[in-house]
Design a protein around this ligand. Structure first.
Ligand SMILES: Cc1cc2nc3c(=O)[nH]c(=O)nc-3n(C[C@H](O)[C@H](O)[C@H](O)COP(=O)(O)O)c2cc1C
Length: 186
C-alpha cells in the first residue's frame, strides 16, 4: 500500500482536540490541497473562511445551540442540551467552505475541496472532522450577521466546514462500511 492510500484509509472524524494551534505551513499546505480539488469546468466555485478564532467558533456554536433548542426534533434538542455542545467539536480552528449559489456543481466541488483538506490534514499528523451541522444559525435570516462577520462573499452560501487540530482522543475501530455497494460489470 502506498502513502496516499494509507492516508485516505487512516482519515477519521476526530471529535476531541488539543488546544495547540495548527502550524502556518501545515495550514498553507492544506489550503493549497483544497484549491487543487477538481471542480466542474474548473469553475472553482468556492470560498474558504479560515477561522482561527476560538471565540468566533464559540459564537457560531452558541447561536446554533439556540436554534437547535427550539427544534421540533427531540434528538436535535437533546444534542444541544449537552453542556459541552460545540458545533466544531472542540477544535482550535475550522475552515468554512462556501459555494457560489449560481454554480450548478458547487456542492460537489466544495465537497471535493473538503475531502482533499481532510486527507492532507491526516498526512500531516492532524485530526479533522467534516461538518455539515455548523451552519444552522447562518441559514436563518437572523443569522445573516454571522455571514458578514465571517466575510462570506455576496452570492456564496456556507456548505461545509472542516474542524482541524491535533487529536486528543484515541479512536477505536473504524465504523464499518456498508456491504453490497459495489457492482462489477465484466
Ligand atoms: C457532508 C457531511 C456532514 C457531516 N456533518 C457532521 C457534523 O455536523 N458533525 C460531526 O460530528 N460529524 C459530521 N460528519 C462526519 C460523519 O459523521 C463521518 O464522516 C461518518 O460518521 C464516518 O466516520 P469517519 O469520518 O470517521 O470515517 C459529516 C460528514 C459529511 C460527509
Amino acid at each position: 500500500m502506498n502513502e496516499t492510500i494509507r492516508n485516505i484509509l487512516a482519515r477519521r472524524s476526530m471529535r476531541s482536540y488539543e488546544a495547540r494551534p495548527v502550524e502556518e505551513e501545515k495550514l498553507a499546505a492544506i489550503l493549497e490541497c483544497a484549491q487543487f480539488a477538481p471542480s466542474a469546468t474548473n469553475r472553482q466555485p468556492w470560498h474558504f473562511t479560515v477561522v482561527l478564532s476560538r471565540a468566533m467558533l464559540d459564537k457560531i456554536s452558541a447561536e446554533n445551540k439556540k436554534v437547535m433548542l427550539a427544534s421540533p426534533d427531540e434528538k436535535v434538542r437533546q444534542r444541544a442540551q449537552d453542556p459541552g455542545y460545540d458545533s466544531f467539536r472542540g477544535a482550535p480552528m475550522a475552515i468554512i467552505v462556501s459555494g457560489a449559489k449560481e454554480a450548478a456543481y458547487a456542492a460537489c466541488d466544495c465537497a471535493n475541496a473538503v475531502e482533499n483538506m481532510a486527507i492532507a490534514a491526516t498526512s500531516l499528523g492532524l485530526g479533522s472532522c467534516y461538518l455539515g451541522s455548523f451552519k444552522v444559525a447562518m441559514e436563518r435570516p437572523e443569522g445573516a450577521h454571522l455571514l458578514a462577520e465571517l466575510g462570506i462573499p455576496e452570492g456564496y452560501v456556507p456548505l461545509y466546514a472542516l474542524s482541524i487540530g491535533y487529536g486528543n482522543e484515541s479512536l477505536g475501530e473504524r465504523a464499518p462500511r456498508k456491504e453490497g455497494t459495489i457492482t462489477f460489470i465484466q
